[in-house]
Ligand binder design. Sequence first.
Ligand code: 5GP
Length: 121
Amino acid sequence: MSYDPTNIFARILRGEIPCKKVFEDDHVLAFHDINPQTPTHILVIPKGAYVSFDDFSTKASAEEIAAFVRATGQIAREAGLAAPGYRVLSNIGRDGHQEVPHLHFHIFGGRPLGRMVPNGD
Ligand code: 5GP
């Protein structure tokens, strides 16, 4: 799947639409999900044009991967989630139910999160 530069997160990265930013560095942007599923629901995205985790894990540089992983941990820590715990999730492709075709990690927290995977609907 080729990268679609009109996807909503590409537009957020270009500043064409606003977001509630929680973190930014050279490689990473993080912001609150517009439709939070938990008290804390943050999206972490790389600035590079990667469709999904599959694309990113294949093509991203070691520097980009390290920045993305470290930022995700730092953002969760700074949101107060390290002690109570939280969940990092990335949906990939059709079966993963990915809606936005730009890699994102969801950080969920702020309440007990229940079972890891729902029965599916
Ligand atoms: P996916 O299903 O692709 O893993 O998740 C996409 C997520 O992006 C959803 O949780 C959805 O609420 C969020 N989202 C979609 N459009 C926007 C937007 O314009 N701004 C923000 N902040 N989040 C969005």
